[in-house]
Design a protein around this ligand. Structure first.
Ligand code: SIN
Length: 323
């Protein structure tokens, strides 16, 4: 059997608290990935390796951690003796990392993100079960010849492009924004071969090397809401002369990506200064589908946070020298 490599990045799954009766009183990103693996009896004796790539509360996720993670993935996935990789992560920005990884990965081997809503010290911690499931999914996918990026949480397997956090404290906190899971492990266990309920999603294949730039183009997210008069957009543009000036804006619109007319006017002013604008929605599911005559690109099913990552990568590709 080939190895599964587990890359630890922190999160609640590695969190510790002192009062087991109040599980939400804890500090994220405390336990080493080796301790998390040791807490899962079902993984004992399996060909596993682990590596602590970062140790962050994922609210603080950013380019340097993503660079470390993607460098580790590039190195490990290239190894003949590795069947797949599991990444432990915080839940808060998991959807951004999952989106990034599926955009870059060539889809040759499985990369499975997992997390937890309760810290490792909680009597009913969900991390050990999620980690066990993630390793099983990585092995099952590799055995089926499947690759790509997925997230495993609370017994369900979500596409890395579609997964999103939809509940701030429930154990079952993720869904696919309207997309069904690729598998539900509750009854069937880990599916093999034809057991997957949906095809694994195709990756973007942009390549890990896109992460080599030291600083990414600045893309910010703004929201349309009552009284959204564009003040924040004008303020962002006023700082445009700074070294990391604004290059892109994702606007989380109302409903199907509609915008307050005054915010829209400010976005047109930003666009006139060269800022790229993409339209997304503040609604949890469904996204913004493109329509004939759209002035700004629609972000499709992505969340606004995922669209921000996508626009960063889009801008990076535009500045990539032609080969
Ligand atoms: C984090 O995102 O790192 C903290 C919250 C969590 O993992 O649930």
């Amino acid at each position: 059997m080939k190895n599964v490599v587990i890359l630890g990045t922190g999160g609640t799954i590695a969190g510790t608290g002192t009062d087991p009766t109040r599980a939400w009183h804890y500090v994220a990103a405390q336990r080493h990935i080796g301790e998390l693996v040791a807490a899962v009896p079902e993984l004992a004796g399996e060909p596993l390796e682990w590596e602590q790539v970062a140790q962050v509360d994922s609210k603080d996720m950013g380019w340097p951690v993503w660079q470390a993670l993607t460098a580790a993935l590039a190195r490990v996935l290239a190894r003949e003796d590795v069947a797949g990789v599991v990444v432990t992560h915080g839940t808060d920005t998991l959807e951004e990392t999952a989106w990034l990884l599926q955009a870059l990965h060539d889809g040759g081997k499985p990369v499975v993100l997992t997390a937890a809503m309760r810290p490792a010290t909680a009597p009913d911690a969900d991390g050990p079960g999620n980690l066990r499931d993630a390793v099983r999914v990585a092995r099952a996918a590799a055995a089926d010849g499947l690759g790509g990026v997925v997230a495993v949480m609370a017994g369900r397997v979500w596409s890395g492009a579609a997964v999103r956090k939809v509940h701030s404290h429930a154990i079952d906190a993720f869904d696919g924004g309207g997309e069904a899971p690729l598998a539900d492990l509750h009854d069937a266990g880990v599916p093999l071969a034809s057991g997957w309920s949906r095809a694994w999603p195709v990756c973007g294949g942009l390549g890990w090397a896109l992460m080599s730039v030291p600083v990414p183009p600045r893309v910010e997210v703004v929201m349309s809401h009552a009284d959204a008069d564009g003040w924040v957009v004008d303020a962002l543009c006023a700082r445009d002369a700074s070294p990391r000036g604004l290059r892109g804006l994702v606007v989380a619109g109302t409903g199907h990506g509609t915008l307050h007319e005054r915010l829209e006017a400010a976005l047109r002013r930003a666009e006139a200064r060269g800022v790229v604008v993409w339209r997304s929605t503040r609604v949890a599911c469904g996204g913004v589908l493109p329509r004939d005559g759209d002035h700004w690109s629609a972000a499709g099913p992505m969340t606004a946070a995922q669209a921000r990552v996508a626009l960063v990568l889009d801008l990076l590709q535009r500045q990539r020298p032609a080969v």
